[in-house]
Design a protein around this ligand. Structure first.
Ligand SMILES: Nc1ncnc2c1ncn2[C@@H]1O[C@H](COP(=O)(O)OP(=O)(O)OP(=O)(O)O)[C@@H](O)[C@H]1O
Ligand code: SF4
Ligand SMILES: [Mg+2]
Length: 338
């Protein structure tokens, strides 16, 4: 089956954060695409740069962060927007963020304003992008709440965030992200705080959006089971770089980077009702302030050789569209722009 059109094309993205007198390199050249009708999953241990990647795309970095290189190209009906060049809070970026690209943030508690009714918070996004009467906006929000499984939506739109449980707050966040019917939905750990049944419902909803409406989805998650079930393509991140990227079947059936293999071995399994880790990845990720020469994974890798410590590690294409950044694949086609 053919693949969907590319809607987001991120090339060699670099982001720095200033912390005290340090200028930390957090994204070290990240490239990926999101396609219509497909889900790209971004995976990797905590702190590898998943959220910073999507905040960079949305141009929502905190004050101490800045883009230092690369391109973020967003394709919309024959037009290409260079998001990396836009003013983060300028007119063009505001017409794309929330309208064309919706985002479910990792922390719903921090993202909802405690002093506004939830319905008004959803309406704010809707009315910023569409000319609607208050009544029409309300009708759409009630419909959206109902489709997200929020009971008694007419009444609940008038409630404040503290009157909602964690799972319900997450649904409100999803409503904010989806109310303008965006072409690309970015979901940063959308199900972590939810129980298994609600998780399944939300994933089903995102699956429908992708299949029935041909939307593009970027899903950030720690849950490899979810990745196997829902993703079309997977990008594995480690210390601000994509170390492996490929179609989901390739990543699960032929994981090739030592980090991906370790990550898949450490998938938690449910054993007699208890969650168990099969194996954890030994060692720890170096801190972003550490100056690592060569492969950032070397201190944890069973295959490390002196070559791994000598300079920038190239990415190789080991099969059509399957990229691995590791010296073990030196015989394969080198990808100099990755
Ligand atoms: N505002 C900030 N100032 C300085 N460093 C930051 C800031 N935000 C994030 N970082 C650093 O950037 C790196 C990547 O963080 P990020 O939040 O993207 O990780 P993540 O992959 O989303 O992790 P998690 O799975 O825990 O959500 C981390 O080292 C983090 O400490
Ligand atoms: S480049 Fe070397 S250290 Fe890094 S993952 Fe490959 S084998 Fe391991
Ligand atoms: Mg995160």
């Amino acid at each position: 089956m053919g693949r969907g059109e590319i809607i987001l094309d991120v090339r060699n993205l670099r982001t720095h954060f200033r912390v005290g007198s340090d200028d930390l390199s957090i994204l070290r050249g990240v490239s990926f695409t999101a396609r219509q009708g497909e889900t790209l999953a971004i995976v990797g241990e905590s702190g590898c740069g998943k959220s910073v990647t999507v905040h960079s795309v949305m141009r929502l970095l905190p004050k101490n962060g800045r883009l230092t290189g690369g391109q973020i190209l967003f394709h919309d009906n024959g037009r290409t927007f260079e998001l990396h060049k836009l003013e983060p809070f300028g007119k063009e970026m505001r017409s794309i963020r929330g309208r064309k690209i919706g985002m479910i943030f990792q922390d719903p508690m921090a993202s909802l304003n405690p002093v506004y009714k939830v319905g008004d918070q959803v309406a704010e996004n809707l009315l910023q992008h569409f000319k609607l009467t208050k009544h029409e906006a309300q009708r759409r929000i009630v419909e959206m709440f109902a489709s997200l499984g929020i009971p008694e939506p007419e009444r609940r739109i008038l409630d404040y965030p503290h009157q909602f449980s964690g799972g319900m707050k997450q649904r409100v966040m999803i409503a904010i992200a989806m109310i303008c019917n965006p072409d690309l939905l970015i979901a940063d750990e959308p199900t972590t705080a939810l129980d298994v049944t609600i998780q399944a419902q939300i994933m089903e909803l995102m699956g429908k959006l992708k299949k029935e409406q041909n939307k593009a989805v970027i899903l950030i998650t720690h849950n490899m089971g979810l990745v196997a079930e829902t993703a079309d393509e997977v990008a594995v991140m480690y210390m601000g770089r994509i170390v492996e990227r490929g179609l989901v079947e390739r990543i699960f059936h032929n994981p090739s980077h030592p980090y991906t293999r370790a990550l898949l071995r450490s998938v938690p399994v449910l054993d007699h009702g208890k969650t168990e880790r099969l194996e954890t990845i030994r060692g720890a990720t170096p801190s972003p302030a550490e100056c690592v020469t060569g492969c950032e994974f070397a201190n944890r890798c069973d295959f490390m050789t002196p070559k791994c410590r000598s300079g920038i590690i190239s990415a190789y294409e080991i099969e059509n569209g399957h990229l691995v950044r590791c010296v073990l694949f030196e015989g394969a086609k080198e990808l100099p722009n990755e």
